[in-house]
Write a protein that binds this ligand. Structure first.
Ligand SMILES: Nc1ncnc2c1ncn2[C@@H]1O[C@H](COP(=O)(O)OP(=O)(O)OP(=O)(O)O)[C@@H](O)[C@H]1O
Ligand SMILES: [Mg+2]
Length: 227
């Protein structure tokens, strides 16, 4: 069963009265537990695609279904709690909240979901990634690799069904990049989570169940499983 299905997604921006189509007729699906890599040159539309798939942004045309539910037109009020419970996000540049400690950053989505075990789960995750002692530290006191590990804990704290990761190792040296990738893959495999990961790195792509390649806003290959 496809947990994620996108049909004919098109995204057009209007700039100075002109239309710029950055994504065109992209159809894509992902299965439960699948590791899907999205690849393609800079500017080909990878981040745009991720923001449409995750409901952070709306397509100009086309539809997105998550667990069979059409999320394309639902209101932000209805979408936000759904997104918080079903999706986990990892960004290239961490996106931690600077005024919150590492522990508070990880707890944040769990508190939004009224999870009574928010703190315990957050502490467990930080321990798993070797940061048990750093929970009280603020993002500016952490290295890039540490920040990304905190960001991954935050993405995992609500046990998401789908993780969207936009070049999560892009800002890390190769050793930190490897450990961050292993962390994501361990979780993906242990929890049978779907992982949609944007990367240019062929070594990472090699490990994916499937690779789709964007070129100028269109899918060049790997598009679909069918229904
Ligand atoms: N808000 C926006 N307004 C206008 N154009 C945009 C906007 N956001 C993105 N674009 C354009 O859409 C195209 C795709 O951008 P996107 O960020 O999805 O590319 P990408 O594949 O993620 O690139 P990179 O590998 O550099 O991160 C680019 O040409 C970009 O300039
Ligand atoms: Mg991008």
């Amino acid at each position: 069963m496809n947990i994620l299905q996108a049909r004919d997604l098109t995204k057009t921006y209007r700039i100075d009265g002109r239309h710029l189509t950055v994504l065109e007729d992209v159809s894509l699906s992902a299965r439960h537990g699948e590791f899907l890599v999205v690849s393609g040159a800079s500017g080909s539309g990878k981040s745009t695609l991720l923001s449409l798939l995750s409901g952070l942004d709306k397509p100009s045309q086309g539809r997105v279904f998550i667990q069979g539910k059409d999320i394309t037109d639902i209101s932000e009020d209805d979408l936000a709690p759904f997104r918080n419970r079903v999706f986990g996000f990892v960004f290239q540049s961490f996106h931690l909240i600077p005024s919150l400690s590492a522990l508070e950053n990880v707890m944040f989505p769990a508190e939004l979901a009224n999870d009574r075990d928010a703190e315990k789960n957050a502490r467990d995750l930080l321990e798993r990634v070797g940061l048990a002692e750093r929970g009280e530290n603020f993002p500016h006191q952490l290295s890039g690799g540490e920040k990304q590990r905190v960001a991954i804990c935050r993405a995992l704290v609500n046990r998401p069904k789908i993780i969207f990761a936009d070049e999560p190792t892009g800002n890390l040296d190769s050793e930190n990049g490897r450990s961050v990738l292993e962390l994501l893959l361990d979780f993906q495999q242990a929890s049978q989570t779907t992982l949609v990961l944007v990367t240019h790195n062929p070594d990472i792509a090699k490990r994916a169940d499937r690779v789709v390649v964007l070129a100028d806003g269109r899918l060049a290959r790997g598009a679909d499983h069918g229904a």
